[in-house]
Design a protein around this ligand. Structure first.
Ligand SMILES: [Fe+2]
Ligand SMILES: [Fe+2]
Length: 293
């Protein structure tokens, strides 16, 4: 099963560039074309779907995501308006008509739990008592089944202080809840506009890169509020019974694929293929002999 995660698309009204320079809508279009080639089973979009939660921005989102071949699941971020989101995606029946936009997708071997961490009127997020109770009930129902949680605000610090400042209130309580379960494969987030991984609450926490723009790697506090127009990125979370969840952080390729000069003849390539098959079989035979990890 392949779960694609795109995030922080920050779409603008038709024809408008982000900060007057970045073609964020075209970047999302290119990512959707690439995902259609990669053929994921589902596409999660982890918030900050639009620049300002405006109707004309959701129209763009609906048009561009309409090109995706895989089913798309949306959660809001701090730049969204949950009610506008619902009204532009009426066929996304997993979105409740009111209240928090939480839901579970149970149609796959990996259960997908979406959390709405947004708080109207502020850029920070929150896991309040009601949201924690809802999550606990969903986790209790799925004990023993592999689970992936997706949410906009990461429940951990990145080291970029001005992004961490608009972090997740209630993150310690969320960590205590998540650490009680051994079937949560990963907690995947957005908001930070950079690819990030950390060990968190007994599982793996990660942030996918934005399709729109990057936040500067400002670990020393010298690049306050600085953004970069980097290539659009996304994560592919690949689930299998054998290997568990393996995540590939990707960016759009800037060239056609090529092989190194020394392998341009088909004979040379076949020789290397045969050697790699031999090594692969040797490692797998050792796995079989050694038993489970
Ligand atoms: Fe964002
Ligand atoms: Fe955000």
């Amino acid at each position: 099963m392949i779960v694609a995660q795109i995030t922080d698309t920050h779409l603008t009204a038709n024809g408008t560039l982000h900060a007057g320079a970045i073609a964020v809508n075209d970047k999302l279009r290119a990512v959707i074309r690439r995902l259609n080639e990669l053929a994921p089973d589902v596409i999660l979009v982890t918030g900050d779907l639009t620049a300002d939660g405006k109707p004309e921005e959701y129209e763009q989102l609906r048009d561009i995501l309409g090109e995706a071949r895989a089913p798309v699941y949306l959660i809001p971020g701090n730049h969204d308006d949950a009610n506008a989101l619902r009204s532009y995606f009426p066929r996304h029946s997993y979105l409740s008509t009111e209240g928090f936009a939480h839901y579970v997708v149970d149609d796959y071997p990996l259960a997908l739990i979406g959390l709405d961490t947004t708080v109207a009127g502020t850029h920070r997020g929150e896991m309040c008592a009601a949201r924690l109770d809802w999550l606990e009930a969903r986790l209790e129902e799925r004990r023993g089944k592999p689970v992936l949680i997706f949410m906009h605000h990461p429940p951990f610090r990145s080291g970029i202080w001005w992004m961490d400042a608009i972090g997740l209130k209630g993150r310690r309580k969320l960590a205590r809840l998540v650490s009680r379960y051994d079937n949560i494969e990963r907690v995947v987030c957005g908001h930070l506009h950079r690819p990030i991984q950390t060990r968190w609450a007994g599982t793996v926490g990660s942030v996918a890169p934005s399709t729109a723009f990057f936040v500067a790697l400002d670990l020393g506090g010298q690049k306050f509020m600085t953004l970069h127009d980097e290539p659009a990125g996304f994560d592919l979370h690949v689930w299998s019974e054998r290997d568990g969840l393996v995540t590939h952080t990707c960016s759009l390729e800037r060239s056609e694929g090529f092989v190194p000069d020394g392998l341009l003849s088909s004979e040379a390539l076949e020789k290397v293929r045969a050697e790699l098959k031999r090594i692969e079989a040797e490692i797998e035979a050792a796995d079989d002999r050694d038993g489970p990890a």
